[in-house]
Design a protein around this ligand. Sequence first.
Ligand code: MSP
Length: 507
Amino acid sequence: MGYYVTTPIYYVNAEPHLGHAYTTIAVDVLARHMRQRGEDVFFLTGTDEHGEPVAQAAERLGMTPRELADKNAPRFRDMVGRLGATNDFFIRTSDPQHVEAVQRILQRVYDAGHVYLGTYEGWYCPRCADFKTEGELIEGNRCAIHKIALEREREENYFFRLSEFQEPLERLYGEQPEWVLPAGRYNEARSFIDQGLNDISLSRSSLTWGVPVPWDERHVFYVWFDALLNYYTALTYAADGDDLTERFWPPTVHVLAKDILKFHAVIWPALLMAADLPLPRRLFIHGYLLMDEEKMSKSLGNVIDPFEVIDLYGTDALRFYLFREVSFGGDGSVSPEGFETRYTTELANEYGNLASRALAMVARYRDGVVPEPDAAPAIAGDFEGLAEGVCDHFDRVDVSGALDETWQLVRRLNQWAQEEAPWQLAKDPAAADRLDTVLYGLVEGVRVVSVLLNPFLPEATERLLEALGRPELTMEAARFGAGGGFGEIAGFSPLFPKIERQPEPAA
Ligand code: MSP
C-alpha cells in the first residue's frame, strides 16, 4: 500500500506567502521521512483556480480569471521548488483532465440521487467561497476571517444532500477516534456534525469561472467540490498513461490548517461516500502562523515572503525554523528576529559547530581518518530507541516532536564533547585509545542525527554526509554503529555560515 500525502491546493487569487510554504514544507518533511523508511510515497500539491476568490481578484486587476491563474500558478510552482519540496505532481484545477474527471464523478453522484435543484438564500463570503450561518458572522454581517461585509444571496443552486450522511459520518467518527488529529480538531468536527447537517450548495448559477455542471450547463460546480476532488483526480492523470489510483487511493493523510477543517472533515468524507470511494485514512490539522498575534494572510496584509527568507538564510533554515518555533498543530508567532536567533543559536552554534569541531579534530589529531575504536563509546546508549521514537512522531504527523527528539541528541552530543574534552585527551599520549573512542563517537553521532535531520535540512545534511563518505539516508542508517566505519574525511565548509546582512540604510 502506498503512502499518499497532500497539501491543500492554494488559491491563485494572490501570490504565495509563508503560510502556504508552511504546509508545503510540513508535507515535504513527512514525504522525505517516509521515503527514508522505504515507503512508496506520492506527494501532491497544486493550485485551486476556479470560483469566486479568483474571479473577483481578477476583476479587480482588470484581467480574466484564466490570465490571473496563469500568472500566479507558476509562482506557487516556483515556491514549491525553492522550498526544496519533492512533490510528485503539481495539480492545477484548470487542467482539462481534472475538469473532465470532476464532471464524471459528480455526474455519478447526481445519478445516484444525492443531488436536487433548490434555492439558496443566505450569507456568502466570496473570499472564503463559503456560505455562512448567522452565528458565524461578526458585527455588521462581516466574515470573521476576512472582516469584509457580506451580501445576502438568493440564487438557484443544485444541492448536495449532506443531511443524508449524518449517520454515516457519526459512525465514522465513532469508529475512528483518530481519523482527525489533533484531538481538539476531531472534537470540533464531531460537534459540527452533532449539531445536525444541512444540505449544501453544489453549484452556482451566478458565476461562469468553474467546472460546468454536465447535466445543466447554466451552472458551474461550487468551487469546493471541484477543489476537494483534486486529491482523487490527480492520481488519474499524474503519470502519463498510468492510472495511479490503484496504487495510492485512499490517501494516507491530508494535511491542512484549521481554516478549512469543515470542508475536509465533514463535506469531503460525505462526498466520497456519495461517489462510492474509500475514505482517506487520516486528516492532520495544523494551526496558524501568526504575525503580531494575527493569522498571517494576504487579506490582512501581514505576510512574510518566503522567497526573501530563503534568499537571506537558505531553504534549510526556513524548513527548520518553522517547526522549531511553532509546535506543529498549534498556532504560533513567527518574526524576522526569531529567524535570526534560531539560525545563530541552534543551526550555526549547536549543529553546525558540532559538525565542524568533530571533523576538525579528526583532521588535527588523526590526519583526517576517523578512528575505529575497540569499544563502543558510552554515548551509543543515548541513541537507543531514537529512530523508533522519531518514526512514532511522524506516524502521528507530529513534525515538531520528531525534530525535537532529534535535536535533544544534538545537544547531548555537544554536552558529551564538553565532558570528554578530546582537546585535553589529545595532549596525553596514554589517552590515545580514549581519544579514538570519543572522536569516533562524535562523528558517528553527528552522522546519525544528520540522517534523522535530513527531511528538515536536506541540503546541509547531504553535504555533511557526503563529506563523511557515508551518504546513506535510510532508517537503517539512522542507528548508531550501523554500516561500519568511516574512511578519510573530505574537507567541507561550515554548514551554516554567519549571515552577512546588508546594513540598514541610515535614516
Ligand atoms: N483553495 C482552498 C483549499 C482547497 S483544498 C481542497 C484554500 N486555499 S488557500 O490558498 O486559502 O490556502 C489555505 C491553506 O494555506 C491553509 O489550510 C494552510 O494549509 C495554508 N495557510 C495559509 N495561511 C496560513 C497561515 N497563516 N498559517 C498556517 N497555514 C496557512 O483554502
